[in-house]
Design a protein around this ligand. Sequence first.
Ligand code: ADP
Ligand code: ADP
Length: 235
Amino acid sequence: MPLLEVKNLKKTYTSRFGMNQVHALTNVNFTVEEGEYVAIMGESGAGKTTLLNVLAALDRPTSGSILLNGQEISTIQDSKLSAFRRRHLGFVFQDFNLLDTFNNQDNIFLPLVLSNEKYRTMKRKLDPLAQELGISDLMKKFPYECSGGQKQRVAIARALITKPELILADEPTGALDSRSTEELLMLFQRINEAGQTILMVTHSVKAASHAKRVLFIKDGTVFHQIYRGDKSREG
Ligand code: ADP
Ligand code: ADP
């Protein structure tokens, strides 16, 4: 069973009075196996944000199915969604989404605090992760005291600390300079090699080229996919 299975996914936006319809996702089908690193590429308006929102259960599809470990996520009750997201998914955003009023450590702890974990347990999870990500010295600093690359590493720690089955990354390099972009892409590769499944949406060819597989989306559907330099996959 794949980790993620997306079948006949459609999303149509209808204006308030039903006069206009936008077919943002027309028919999306793909699967992601556990341990994969997949990029989804497409131009502005292709449907990337819509797809990510639907996969993140932030928005409901019009029809179709999304199975995470065999569980249908498009029909989870509203009251259970945030716990579901916290338990199963990690999010990395273009603009980091860190809270400037919390220091970095408290930002990383946030999903655990919401799950009622004890300080000592959180600290035990944080220390090796912060070391691995090279941010141990930044834990008492606030996000606004950090560079973009540092903030993104803090955000990755926040995503990883719950040990999610799947990381959903939305243009994670979009706000970074070229050096931080390179570092972040190497970091994603390392995290993936350690077993973490990653699905990254991007319009950056450079970012996508680090993934093991790239899905191309256009007019709301996947129209092509390529595997990164692995001849055994050909034919
Ligand atoms: P991308 O992220 O690839 O730029 P989007 O998913 O944002 O693409 O948009 C896909 C299409 O759906 C576009 O035509 C966009 O204008 C439209 N769209 C996105 N969100 C909404 C919305 N909330 N209401 C109406 N149309 C939307
Ligand atoms: P991105 O560059 O990330 O794809 P967009 O500029 O396409 O962002 O969209 C920004 C936000 O506005 C998204 O959350 C998207 O859902 C929403 N959006 C996009 N197009 C429309 C639209 N036509 N009507 C309403 N909301 C839209």
